[in-house]
Design a protein around this ligand. Structure first.
Ligand code: SAH
Ligand code: SF4
Ligand code: F3S
Length: 516
């Protein structure tokens, strides 16, 4: 059997084997994405040879079991991979790209850490995200002892912090490959280097060099997808590490975004989520500047797309032009995630958020005036340095006035190198006590607000069969609230009218209306 596919074989001496790493490396094309496509083929050849050895020695049979092994062979799979995502939607989208590359190499997705290759796409926005990764790495140590061929990879935001890399080198030497946020497109090449070098391979870029498009993506859902419209962040909120680990703000060109959305629509996607740390500043640094509102209007024109969402909006940049576009565009969901962070103008200033309590409330009024049925959700941090009881009361006041559909509440977490890390910290017990009070308030209001559409008919995108009830399906309203109602799998991926018969606090039970 030929070891390499035709494209690679052409570039190599006829006698080259999958372990002639120097020769393979030397023949790699310089330009992207061709270079990564080449390494995907080289990796595939290597893992195919290894898989065949495992079959010959009987190891594959004991490892995968008869049924699974036969299925893998039938589908041309050469091993299993588990990509575990921590953090936000941006990371989730990156994981789809990583999985796309790994499936092209020949790995089969296997959602368990018993896989041949476990890749953690990490987050470092709060310390508990980091601790989770260290905990899981400790657990993988025993797994690797039982299966020395196992590969462990780390990538994403946490890897952009030199202290994390140092700690992993020191205490978690069983990790095989490490890369960051700026070079995820290079996964195939980094994997190749790991195989060639036989030791931990680390490749971190301090900043983004290029945006490589046109690599494979393995979407989690056939009918909905995230679409990056920009990368990085320039806001430097004083508590936040994202600008340091994701780099400066870069917008993708509108034509590239629209092309991607058209292709997704042709592939059956009906809902897109436009992704960026601050979508409201989209396009400012393009050679031909364009506003987010203008982009939204163009996405609204794409045939086949039925729902448009976006994340996240920074209140300081939310323009009236955007409110008008949201009101006018029929496909844009009437849902806005508008992180408040704090209700105290004094704290907001120290956070470098560039709006006041009054400006936030006035913005909410303008949005609600234009789009009365808008659903508002938010993020709130409790215990930012210097927060007093009075400041906290201001946050509660905003929560009570706005009545958010839901709010993600976070305990302030010190991030090394950020300005807030050097400020005077709030004692932990004070923070926790405030957190409990905020959570209670937020949940009570959400419980009241979420049931407000009971008895009404709403459009629902059906996402899956109901996990808990036979003969039922689960879908989402425009405002992201879940609805369960009788139905079967033929409804998955379609949008239908549903009567919201009963509110269960954070979800509804409903009944589908006949089509027509
Ligand atoms: N770009 C988005 C948020 C990205 S991070 C925005 O500006 O809204 C997601 C949320 O994590 C933030 O909204 C904030 O509430 C929270 N967060 C960020 N840094 C934090 C920290 N150091 N401690 C606690 N929460 C934090
Ligand atoms: Fe962090 Fe602020 Fe940027 Fe959001 S806008 S990612 S909170 S720095
Ligand atoms: Fe976390 Fe990175 Fe997102 S730090 S929240 S995964 S941008």
């Amino acid at each position: 059997m030929a070891l390499f596919c035709h494209d690679i074989q052409e570039k190599l001496p006829a006698t080259a084997s999958v372990t002639d790493f120097d020769q393979i490396r030397a023949a790699a094309p310089a330009g992207e994405p061709e270079r990564q496509q080449y390494f995907m083929e080289a990796d595939r050849a290597y893992f195919t040879a290894r898989f065949e050895q495992m079959i010959a020695s009987g190891e594959a049979l004991s490892r995968y079991g008869k049924e699974r092994l036969e299925e893998m062979q039938k589908n041309g799979r050469i091993g299993t991979v588990d990509v575990v995502t921590f953090g936000c939607q941006m990371n989730a989208r990156d994981s789809e790209k990583l999985l796309g590359i790994l499936e092209t190499i020949g790995f089969q997705e296997w959602e368990s850490e018993d896989a041949d290759f476990v890749l953690y796409n990490t987050c470092t926005v709060r310390d508990n995200a980091n601790q989770k990764v260290y905990g899981r790495l400790g657990y993988l140590r025993t797994k690797k002892r039982n299966n020395p061929q196992m590969l462990i990879g780390l990538c994403g935001c946490m890897m952009q912090e030199p202290e994390a890399i140092e700690k992993i080198r020191r205490s978690y030497s069983h990790v095989d490959l490490i890369f960051g946020t700026h070079n995820i497109f290079k996964l195939a090449e980094i994997l190749f280097e790991r195989i060639a070098n036989g030791k931990m391979t680390v490749d971190i870029w301090e900043s983004a060099k290029e945006i490589v498009e046109d690599l494979p993506v393995e979407r989690k859902y056939p009918f909905k997808s995230g679409v990056n419209i920009m990368f990085g962040c320039n806001n430097f909120c004083s508590y936040c590490i994202v600008p340091y680990v994701r780099g400066r703000e870069r917008s993708r060109k509108p034509d590239e975004i629209l092309d991607e959305i058209r292709k997704l629509a042709a592939d059956g996607v009906i809902e897109v989520m436009l992704l960026g740390q601050n979508v409201n500043s989209y396009g400012k640094n393009l050679s031909e500047p364009m506003t987010f509102a203008a982009l939204l209007r163009r996405v609204n024109e794409v045939d086949g797309i039925k729902r448009i969402r976006f994340m996240t909006s920074h209140p300081k940049d939310l323009s009236d032009e955007l409110i008008d576009a949201m009101r006018d565009c029929d496909k844009v969901c009437h849902h806005l995630h508008l992180p408040l962070q704090s209700g105290s103008s004094r704290i907001l200033r120290k956070m470098n958020r560039k709006y006041t309590k009054e400006e936030y409330l006035a913005l909410v009024d303008r949005i609600r005036f234009a789009i009365p049925d808008i659903s508002l959700t938010t993020d709130i941090i409790v215990g930012f340095p210097g927060e007093t009881e009075e400041d906290f009361q201001e946050t509660l006041d905003v929560v009570r006035r706005v009545r958010f559909d839901s709010a993600f509440t976070f305990l302030y977490s010190v991030r090394r190198g950020t300005p807030a890390a050097a400020m005077e910290q709030v004692p932990e017990e004070v923070m926790k006590e405030r957190f409990e009070r905020l959570l209670k308030e937020v949940q009570q209001i959400a419980g009241e607000v979420c049931g407000r559409e009971t008895g009404q008919v709403r459009r629902v995108l059906v996402e899956s069969l109901d996990d808990h009830k036979d003969g039922y399906v689960t879908g989402r309203l425009e405002n992201n609230i879940v609805v369960h109602f009788p139905g079967d799998e033929t409804l998955i991926g379609t949008i239908i009218d549903v009567v919201l018969e009963e509110s269960k606090g954070f979800y509804y039970m409903g009944r589908a209306l006949p089509k027509g």
